[in-house]
Design a protein around this ligand. Structure first.
Ligand code: PLP
Length: 430
């Protein structure tokens, strides 16, 4: 595989950009090797600067649910481009997007747009604190809610309910207001709420940032109940799962309604966007109506909103898209399990909707501890084999693969042949 131009660009990038990338996982740090610099993408295919092509199962970390360059999305973007890029004033587009989201997602009456998922989650926590007058939040280990200080926190040692920073530059003060509990352990959340002063539980209803980990039976319902009885607000971080698992996201799929929901990724269709949504009595706490400050120069940007509107409208008008991508993903998962068996390679393949992850060397992954037990060296080898066979997976053992509506049956067969060949290569290496 020719790599000269990616290698040269990565060297040049490292001179001008920390680590050569604008978001850390892209650097291939956890799998080794040279990140592919991408020149273009069409449908389910990425083309790098050396002319190599890859079937895309990364899909920009989730947003590209329709695949790349969907005709109607491109048409809408071209039309909006001719009308201007940004005004810093309200537009009808924002009203339309908010209306569509409130129609499609359970329990939501108003929507505030941001420019990223991080901002949405950060603002959701501030909103919950403003609403309840309480300080602490509870998050589950391994769930990612963006890079705001309150979330870059790990469980404290021993019986301490206070978290400790996982990044330099996060203050103890910020970390101490976050309690971290294991994922899929409802009792731990009930106990943490009982210690008092908890404004919100923030949760990925299906975890996707430690690999894909679905909630165990009863988990979401138990948390919902504990939040309701204690007056704690339940925040579902649906930045990854919103409009991805179903038209109404994980709330829709599992029949549990949160108090506040955050979005990103799919609602922008690949443009930078995020959203906080809730019932009116909560949302009206935001400025200019209420005392919780929240703002953004480019929030509701016309191009981003146009791209999101076009994407969500297509999903809304053709619900069979979910049936198709979820079935394709379930098929991929089942076939990969069989191939792992055939190659005598112990692995756990988790799948939910159009999200999938493979954890090598383990039987069951339900939380961060069981995920961390997976064999990352094997994943790295597997990742590079797949890349050589023309398939782009996420460059980390703890990320989720995404199936887009552009993924063809022919390319699914190609992916499975690549998995077969890669597992065979792993066996030789063992
Ligand atoms: C991606 C993601 C975020 C952060 O969104 P950004 O747009 O990268 O800031 C937050 N929460 C979840 C669940 C995510 O998957």
């Amino acid at each position: 595989m020719k790599l000269e131009r990616s290698v040269a660009l990565f060297n040049e990038a490292k001179v001008h950009i920390p680590g050569g990338v604008n978001s850390p996982v892209r650097s291939f740090a956890s799998v080794g090797g040279t990140p592919r610099f991408i020149e273009q993408a069409h449908g389910d295919i990425l083309t790098d600067v050396d002319g190599n092509t890859y079937i895309d199962l990364l899909n920009s970390w989730g947003p590209m649910i329709l695949g790349h360059g969907e005709a109607r999305v491109r048409h809408c973007l071209h039309e909006q481009l001719d009308r201007g890029i940004s005004y810093g004033a309200p537009t009808s587009l924002e009203v339309e997007l908010a209306q569509l989201i409130t129609c499609l997602v359970p329990g939501i009456e108003r929507v505030r747009l941001t420019s990223s998922g991080t901002e949405a989650c950060m603002s959701a926590v501030r909103l919950a604190r403003g609403m309840t007058g309480r300080s602490r939040i509870i998050k589950a280990a391994g769930c990612y809610h963006g890079h705001a200080d309150a979330f870059l926190v790990a469980a404290g040692s021993g019986l301490l309910s206070m978290g400790t920073p996982t990044s330099a530059g996060v203050t103890l003060g910020a970390a101490h207001d976050t309690t971290v509990v294991p994922y899929n352990d409802a009792e731990a959340i009930v106990d943490a709420i009982a210690k008092g002063d908890v404004a919100a539980v923030i949760l990925e209803p299906v975890a996707g940032n430690m690999g894909c980990i679905p909630p165990v039976d009863g988990y979401l319902a138990a948390i919902r109940k504990a939040c309701t009885t204690s007056g704690t607000l339940l925040i579902f971080d649906e930045v990854m799962t919103g409009f991805r698992l179903a038209i109404g996201g994980a709330q829709d799929m599992f029949g549990i309604t949160a108090d506040i929901v955050t979005f990103g990724k799919v609602i922008g269709g690949g443009m930078p966007i995020g959203a906080v949504a809730a019932r009116a009595s909560i949302m009206d706490m935001f400025a200019p109506l209420g005392p919780v400050y929240q703002a953004g120069t480019l929030s509701g940007n016309p191009l981003a909103v146009t791209c999101g509107l076009a994407t969500l409208s297509i999903l809304d008008q053709d619900r069979t898209i979910y049936e198709r991508i979820n079935a394709s993903c379930a098929y991929l998962a089942e076939q990969i399990r069989q191939l792992c068996d055939a190659h005598n390679n112990k692995a756990c393949v988790n799948q939910c909707g159009s999200m999938l992850s493979i954890f090598f060397g383990v039987d069951r992954v339900v939380d961060l501890d069981t995920a961390m037990a997976a064999d990352t060296t094997t994943y790295s080898r597997f990742f590079h084999s797949m890349l050589n066979h023309g398939v782009m997976l996420p460059p980390s053992a703890f990320e989720t693969w995404f199936v887009s509506n552009a993924l063809t049956d022919e390319h699914i067969a190609h992916v499975l042949r690549a998995v077969d060949l890669s597992l065979a290569e792993l066996r030789v290496a063992r």
